[in-house]
Design a binder for this molecule. Structure first.
Ligand code: GLP
Length: 245
């Protein structure tokens, strides 16, 4: 196995607790001024539950933290139940006080999408850069919505979604409603500039891509493989996702 990404195998509960603990420690070290990049999907739900528990127990204060959602479907506003903004509201942002929560406006008019992405990059820079980005892993190796083919220097932008990604996410949409064909996502370059990156993958359906990721050199075919080059990125998988290692 040629890999720069250190791998940890543990239960989803224990991985989620330890990422929450790391966020907690970082937040204390920064006197609350923490800048996070956050994913949607099934993978981070336990982490968000644990962060919410800690805030409610008075152990963690995110009221000065700044968050940036990783991605959003083009055409969906926060009122759409399958939008990532709605997901984040339901699982974290609407549950605890957060200093500033940024999200990509997928419902901006088509001619404003490029400016929306540029403004997002500028907002990340103004916040002082991302201290920590948490990522899930798509079955084709995507991170955020950086699909296969995403270059290392890509920035926040509009991307076309692959048929496999649209099929994987179809269950999040009301029956008969098509998954959007495009999305906005932080770029690979944006993610690589974060000071820490924590990738999580849970479940047997992730075993194949976890194996491929650890066997790949950095390259665009498997976007998460760019993280092998990051000085402080780790991959945490449960036993099912580690079953092909
Ligand atoms: C989605 C999101 C990613 C997410 C990935 C895995 O399409 N754009 O940010 O990490 O797919 O999702 P899940 O955690 O549900 O497996």
């Amino acid at each position: 196995m040629e890999t720069g990404l250190p791998v940890e195998v543990a239960s989803p509960e224990s991985i989620s607790r330890s990422v929450a603990e790391e966020i907690n420690a970082l937040c204390l070290a920064r006197q609350g001024h923490l800048v996070l990049g956050l994913p949607t999907g099934h993978t981070p739900i336990r982490l968000y539950r644990e962060l919410t528990r800690r805030v409610r127990a008075g152990l963690l204060d995110l009221s000065r933290a700044v968050t940036f959602n990783l991605d959003e479907y083009v055409g969906l506003g926060p009122e759409h139940p399958a939008s990532f903004r709605a997901f984040m509201e339901a699982h974290l942002l609407g549950l605890v006080p957060i200093g500033q929560a940024h999200a990509l406006r997928g419902d901006a008019p088509a001619e404003e999408l490029a400016a929306t992405c540029e403004a997002y990059e500028a907002a990340i820079a103004r916040a002082g850069g991302l201290d920590l980005v948490v990522l899930g892993l798509g079955r084709n190796g995507h991170i955020g919505f950086n699909e296969p083919g995403s270059p290392r220097d890509s920035r926040t932008r509009r991307v076309a979604l692959s048929p496999s990604t649209r099929a994987a996410n179809a269950g999040d949409f009301p029956p008969g409603e098509p998954v959007p064909e495009a999305a906005l996502t932080m770029g690979i370059g944006t993610i690589l500039e974060a000071r820490r990156v924590r990738v999580l993958a849970f479940g047997a359906h992730k075993a194949r891509i976890v194996r491929r990721l650890l066997d790949s050199s950095p390259g665009p075919e498997l976007p998460a493989s760019w993280l092998h080059d990051h000085p402080d990125a780790t991959l945490s998988v449960d036993h099912a996702a580690a079953s092909e290692l």
